[in-house]
Design a protein around this ligand. Sequence first.
Ligand SMILES: Cc1cc2nc3c(=O)[nH]c(=O)nc-3n(C[C@H](O)[C@H](O)[C@H](O)COP(=O)(O)OP(=O)(O)OC[C@H]3O[C@@H](n4cnc5c(N)ncnc54)[C@H](O)[C@@H]3O)c2cc1C
Length: 287
Amino acid sequence: MENFLGFPTGVSGADLAFRAQLQAIKFGARVAVPRRAEKLQPSTRPGYYEVTLDDGTNLLGRSVVIATGARYRKLGVPEEERFQGAGLYYAATELEARTCKGQEVVVVGGGNSAGQAAMFLASRASCVHLVHRGRDLSDGMSQYLVERLRHAANVSIETRSQVVELSGDEHLRTVKIRDGEGRVVARSVGGLFIMIGADPCTGWLKDAVLLDVHGFVRTGEDCGPDASVPFNVFQTNLPGVFAVGDVRSGSVKRVASAVGEGSVVVQAIHARLASLRQAEAPEPVTL
Ligand SMILES: Cc1cc2nc3c(=O)[nH]c(=O)nc-3n(C[C@H](O)[C@H](O)[C@H](O)COP(=O)(O)OP(=O)(O)OC[C@H]3O[C@@H](n4cnc5c(N)ncnc54)[C@H](O)[C@@H]3O)c2cc1C
């Protein structure tokens, strides 16, 4: 992570997660690691939900926050792990763009995120090669973006193509791309940007909450008429069950936004607990 507030020299995902865990324990959280949540369902105890873990333990809660994230799709070529963060990126922000200034870059993908990354990088890089394995960008990208890319002087759209090999020293230097005719071209690059989507970690939710067509958790207005009352933008169709971060449909997929969404639902959880307590309090006796 290079752009998370408070870490000017960057921090690895593992280090950040470890620090967060220590901090959570300090504030009284009970951590179950390594355990997987396997099921979420309303409990037989009224007003409670039940989360079943992979060791069979059932956790009861009046509110549940789903924050199981998403797995970023990888190219599946050798050396991909080694060059991660050293020329190979899964995001295209100002920071990555700066390291590629004036050099050639390769963007892989055929969706809007790949198109937006290519347009953004074209303003910094000498040339952007947009590599897409399909025949036509219009199949998965908004037409306005396809038009912009076609008219950009330093963007080359390479359909029916895929990255087949990476090489370099401590930094990625060369990307080999195979086209539809089987020809392989080696390109010297300042950066390779993988924008081929992410798979949500929602298999454990099955039919428990509403998901979008890609399997991300719907919240707020996205739940349509099934939105829970009182309304909250991060609440699922189940009252008191929230989804934040990468797992949420339409999320920004950045650390700061995941953390921010998590902090916002805390207030909603307190409000829910207070209203449940109020509803369950015995009626005052008037004499
Ligand atoms: C290589 C890479 C570089 C990145 N660089 C940046 C960057 O520089 N800046 C930035 O802002 N963002 C960056 N991101 C994106 C950022 O990592 C995510 O947006 C952020 O981590 C989302 O947080 P989250 O809590 O929603 O999900 P995650 O961080 O993915 O956390 C979800 C957790 O839930 C666990 N989990 C999944 N399923 C279950 C289950 N059934 N039971 C229990 N636990 C489960 C997962 O193992 C994981 O630990 C990067 C991502 C990648 C892959």
